[in-house]
Ligand binder design. Structure first.
Ligand code: FAD
Ligand code: UDP
Length: 388
């Protein structure tokens, strides 16, 4: 076996950023990835029609962290893309209605008419202040009957059915930080994110990862499940039958690393149904959320986000959420964060902690709802720590 100073398991953002940082500091790094491609869930590729699609669901980069933005900018130029989302729902008169999500002052006027919507908007601003973000759970607690009724409207038309589809349960029963990602916004800013930096890697995510992993100190082995090569049974880690004493950074699901010894950690998975249509554009916005009806949560049309010009063909994806069962063809996408699951996670983390050289990093390994920028920041910090 060639000599490596560090092992990285997973070639998503967590693994790729860590590998790059260690390699630039002179370490020889082996990256093991069980899929047949790099990029983790941010992987993109051209489909049969030539449309650039995100195979594991739509990924829009956004951050307020200048360090993260500057770091990734070493590996890609950016396409300026302010992501905008609308809710699409029945209008109660046999037609359909679309308004911005996060629900904002424009949405209010579309839902209640300019006059009534305008008045309600002013009332909300008087209560919370202009440009403020108020979570739906907070808004529902407002004692003013008119504001409470409005909160009830938003809950019913934007949150409850979508959340039932996505999580199989109501907004009160999921981690409050989840619905807080999409607060009611007392503004006319119709962007989904207000972060200082937002956009898409100009040539796609996979190209960004290729650039990041293109370093003489990094070797990537695809189609390789690290669990087949790593032995964590003794006090010292063994890799391919030999003792390995360098850092091992694991970015997969932590329960799997230990053979689901204490039972599976619960996740939601998604079924993605892609459709290609012979038109330039198929829907009004990059993402349309179906907040009341339809079995899918949202439809994304990639050409809006990637800026790709390809006349006469466009690809959309519908997302269907369900419980993850652990079947080999499924991917665990969303940790289900609650005290019971967190406690189970901690039992696995305690097993991992028995190996001081083993580091759990990433959305799966840490069982958290991290966006890409948060993972990049954590990977930079971990690599710094390993190099000290
Ligand atoms: P991953 O990308 O999951 O990478 C982990 C890698 O490890 C995978 O490639 C996996 O195959 C590999 N692996 C696992 N186990 C093993 C093993 N035993 N051996 C070898 N390899 C292994 N974030 C945003 O900022 N903006 C968005 O718009 C956005 N949209 C999203 C949409 C969806 C539908 C989902 C599910 C997530 C979205 N995210 C978004 C979050 C984003 O996907 C994550 O922040 C990011 O992918 C986390 O990177 P990671 O490296 O931790 O994990
Ligand atoms: N949400 C909702 N209706 C919407 C958008 C979001 O109820 O139109 C809730 C839902 O519970 C969702 C959560 O807010 O899971 C977070 O939404 P976000 O768009 O951030 O989810 P992601 O893009 O990570 O799937």
């Amino acid at each position: 076996m060639a000599h490596y100073d560090a092992l990285i398991i997973g070639a998503g953002f967590a693994g790729a950023v860590t590998a790059r940082q260690l390699a630039e500091a002179g370490r020889r790094v082996l990256v093991l990835e069980r899929r047949d491609h790099i990029g983790g869930n941010a992987y993109d590729r051209l489909d049969q029609a030539g449309v650039l699609i995100h195979q594991y669901g739509p990924h829009i980069f956004h951050t307020n962290d200048r360090q993260v933005y500057d770091y990734l900018s070493r590996f890609t130029p950016w396409l300026d893309y302010p992501h905008k989302v609308v809710a699409n729902l029945p209008d109660g008169k046999g037609g359909r209605l679309e308004y911005p999500v996060p629900f904002n002052l424009n949405s209010l006027e579309i839902a209640f008419g300019p006059e009534e919507g305008g008045r309600l908007g002013e009332k909300l601003i008087a209560a919370y202040g202009p440009e403020k973000k108020v979570t739906i759970l907070e808004l529902r607690q407002n004692p003013d009957p008119e504001i409470a009724a409005l909160a009830g409207y938003v809950y019913e038309h934007v949150f409850v059915h979508y959340t039932m589809k996505q999580w199989g349960t109501t907004p009160e029963q999921i981690d409050p930080n989840t619905t807080a990602r999409v607060p009611v916004f007392l503004s006319r800013d119709c962007r989904y994110f207000q972060d200082a930096y937002q956009g898409m890697p100009l040539h796609g995510y996979t190209k960004l990862f290729e650039a990041m992993l293109d370093h003489p100190g990094i070797q990537v082995r695809l189609n390789t499940d690290a669990r087949d090569l790593l032995d964590l049974s003794g006090p010292n880690i063994r890799f391919e039958g030999e003792a390995f004493d360098g850092p091992v950074v694991y970015t997969g699901a932590v329960d799997e690393l230990f053979g689901c010894l204490f039972g599976r950690l619960p996740y939601r998975t998604l079924d993605f149904r892609f459709e290609t249509h012979p038109v330039d554009l198929w829907q009004s916005h990059g993402t349309v959320n179906y907040t009341v009806d339809e079995p899918y949560t949202r439809i994304t049309e990639f050409k809006h986000m990637t800026g790709q010009t390809l006349p006469g063909a466009t690809t959309i994806v519908k997302e269907y959420s369900r419980a993850y069962t652990g079947a080999p063809e499924e991917t665990p996408y969303y940790a289900i964060i609650n005290p019971e699951n967190n406690a189970l996670y901690e039992r696995y983390a305690a097993l991992a902690a028995r190996h001081p050289q083993l580091h759990l990093l990433g959305r799966l390994a840490e069982y958290k709802y991290y966006n890409m920028d948060a993972i990049v920041a954590r990977a930079l910090a971990l690599a710094d720590g390993l190099l000290k």
